[in-house]
Design a protein around this ligand. Structure first.
Ligand code: ADP
Length: 680
């Protein structure tokens, strides 16, 4: 049988209403008229047809509509009159005509029974509407098929939702693909699992051949991480909390992978786990980068530590003989050993200048290394900047006087707010800038120091000189360690480290350094530091990390009243050259008897028998073992109220950061006399 529903064509039926329907209309107008059985069934059919919530259509075997109900009209957007006499194909989506026609023809031919099809109509407005159509045959009373009857449900909303769901699933899959995010679902009732394709890909398991199981997953887990997974899962079940863990996978070829697993389990009321869902992300490349970074950091840190240890030991080793050279030079200068010729005095001065320069260099290098290694301790607190400037000026006055340079400090009429800084470091910064302003000034020049509030929340200390200035083409080298910008060819002493050290210190204190310079006119170097109590960090103690003995107070024991008979000095020193130097220097104070021991342990023993009036010790030795014994010695001394004089400390009573000050013999003798009460 040739298909008869292949194409649309005009129907021969001219009217939409049958005789029975016209009868029914009449009855509706006059309901009290009694009806025959067939009239009543017609009436029921009519009511059902007209009011059905599904669309109903009759068509001939050509597919031409003979009758349509109001719901069908609603679904398709056409009026009944516009549909009747037209083929189903005229309002069917072109892609769906052939299948509908084929199934209809099979139904007419009797090779299939009623069928249901999901298809699309094109509504009068042009929109597409999805319908589910069930087509059956209507037969004449003697059983001959003569009409096609379609019952149509509007499934547009459902189809659109389904399509949106499919689209979002596709998007999710694509996103998971891009993010290398895999997902899984576990049904705990039968331990069955669903793995996304990406999870198979991460585990490098062919998904066509394998059924996801815990054993299959566990095969890939690094043996050392299996316990962790079990523990995490047990904890999550016990606490009913979501879980999150990172573990390794070990591929059959020995490659390691890192995955981040996040999941959540739902539970029955009695606490039985029902279902877990989660994601697995391959984070191997991130992890490898992290590991490489950590290793690089660790090796940099250990290199830094090694450098620091080397420098600390080295500087100690260098300072020891240098101190001896400087000490003996000073001893000679006192002419205790006999008068000196003018020439000899001149040589001595050169020896001492050279030695001091070397000490400074060692100290600065050590300091730079310490800052780089983050091993510098700062005590940030509110301080009066002008007081720090005032304290520092006397230390530099003789240097200025030697070059006939006048120093001016502008004191503002109103009080300045306090700044947040480390007092010792700020003085060091200020002294560096001030000594440069003197060194690189013209003879008879001028240096102006000001302290003003500049940008909000910051105080600026400026040091302006009338000196050589810095040529623009050399300014890029400023703050670069060991760069002297040509000063090395002039007879101006320096190491080229001061400014870089100053910059690092200022930045460590949360400040900024800057300058303005005009060649042959002069330079202004300034430092901005935060004002205290303006929302900056509150005063903090920044402890130096291990190995830094930088800021410990040199004098740990309080001085006590000493009578003449009690002037016994205990000197702890393991360096014979130093011992000889100090013995000779103390020879100039006849009222003092000196006992020398070479370890802190021996000093503890000696203390018991001799009750010293003062202990002389160099606390700067970086050896941790010796430091420990020295700490014990200091503790006992403090307990017994015996004063301790640190030979490594500077004149202000603070240990210099590198402990690199030369022993100043005249000052040492004066200090000893003061401490043991000889001179007042
Ligand atoms: P140093 O003074 O030991 O050489 P610094 O690091 O303090 O080292 O300074 C580096 C260089 O910057 C100096 O050698 C000098 O050339 C230049 N410089 C620093 N301060 C001034 C200044 N106030 N005027 C001119 N040049 C300066």
């Amino acid at each position: 049988m040739s298909p008869r529903l292949a194409s649309p064509h005009q129907s021969a039926v001219k009217t939409g209403k049958t005789g029975a329907m016209q009868q029914a209309d009449k009855k509706r107008r006059n309901p009290v008229v009694p009806m025959s059985e067939s009239e009543e069934s017609d009436s029921i059919f009519h009511a059902l047809f007209e009011q059905a919530s599904v669309g109903i259509c009759y068509s001939d075997f050509e597919g031409v509509f003979i009758r349509v109900n109001p719901r069908f009209c609603e679904i398709t957007g056409y009026a009944a009159i516009e549909l009747i006499g037209h083929s189903f194909a005229e309002i069917t989506h072109p892609d769906d005509i052939a299948i509908d026609a084929r199934l209809g023809n099979e139904l007419i031919a009797g090779t299939r029974g009623p069928y249901t099809l999901e298809k699309r109509y094109i509504r009068k407005s042009g929109e597409i509407v999805w319908v589910r159509i069930t087509v059956t045959l209507a037969r004449t009373p003697d059983g001959v098929p003569h009409r096609l009857v379609g019952v149509i449900e509007d499934i547009n909303h459902m189809m659109l939702t389904e399509q949106a769901l499919r689209a979002s699933e596709t998007r999710l899959r694509e996103a998971q693909n891009v993010a290398r995010l895999a997902s899984y679902e576990i049904d705990h009732r039968d331990e069955s699992r669903i793995w996304s394709d990406e999870l198979f890909a991460i585990l490098e398991i062919e998904n066509a051949v394998a059924n996801p199981t815990f054993e299959l997953f566990e095969q890939r887990v690094h043996p050392q991480d299996r316990a962790l997974i079990q523990k995490t899962s047990a904890e999550a079940i016990a606490s009913r909390a979501p879980y999150d863990l990172t573990h390794r996978l070990l591929m059959p070829d020995g490659r390691l992978k890192y995955v981040e697993v996040r999941g959540q389990t739902s539970y029955a009321e009695d606490g039985t786990p029902l279902r877990s869902v989660g994601t697995v992300q391959d984070i191997t490349s991130r992890k490898q980068a992290e590991i490489a970074l950590r290793q690089a950091k660790e090796s940099a840190e250990s290199a830094n530590r090694a450098k620091m240890d080397f420098l600390a030991n080295m500087s100690h080793e260098l300072r020891t003989p240098l101190n001896a050279i400087l000490g003996y030079a000073q001893l000679l200068e006192t002419e205790h050993a006999g008068p000196l010729l003018a020439k000899q005095r001149e040589y001595l001065r050169d020896i001492m200048a050279g030695g001091r320069h070397l000490l400074e260099l060692i100290q600065d290098i050590l300091e730079l290394a310490k800052i780089d290694a983050g091993r510098i301790g700062l005590k940030i607190e509110p301080i009066d900047a002008l007081a720090v400037i005032g304290d520092a000026l006397p230390l530099i006055e003789s240097m200025a006087a030697a070059r006939a340079i006048t120093l001016h400090v502008a004191r503002p009429a109103t009080g300045l707010p306090q700044m947040l800084a480390d007092r010792v470091r700020l003085r060091q910064v200020f002294l560096n800038l001030l000594s440069n302003a003197i060194k690189y000034n013209k003879l008879g020049g001028r240096v102006d120091v000001t302290c003003v509030e500049t940008r909000p929340g910051f105080l600026r200390i400026s040091v302006r000189d009338t000196g050589l200035g810095i040529k623009p083409e050399r300014q890029a080298e400023l703050f670069v360690p060991f760069s002297r910008l040509g000063a090395e060819t002039m007879a101006i002493e320096g190491t080229g480290i001061g400014l870089s050290l100053t910059k690092k210190l200022v930045e460590l204190m949360g400040g900024r350094i800057g300058y303005q310079s005009v060649a042959d006119e002069g330079s202004t170097f300034w430092v901005d530091l935060p004002i205290a109590g303006q929302g900056h960090a509150t005063p903090i103690e920044q402890p130096a990390s291990a190995g830094n003995q930088g800021e410990q107070p040199a004098q740990v024991a309080s001085t006590s009243r000493i009578t003449r008979e009690q002037r016994r000095l205990l000197y702890v020193e393991d360096n014979p050259a130093h011992v000889r130097l100090i013995e000779r220097a103390l020879g100039q104070i006849p009222a003092v008897s000196l006992t020398t021991v070479h370890t802190a342990e021996l000093a503890l023993v000696a203390m018991r028998s001799m009750a010293p009036s003062l202990i002389l010790v160099d606390l700067g030795d970086p050896d941790p073992l010796r430091q420990e014994s020295r700490r014990r010695l200091l503790a006992v001394a403090e307990q017994r109220r015996i004063p301790v004089l640190d030979l490594g400390a500077n004149q202000a009573g603070e240990r210099s950061s590198g402990g690199g000050e030369a022993v100043d013999i005249p000052r040492l003798l004066a200090e000893i006399e003061r401490r043991i009460g000889i001179s007042g």
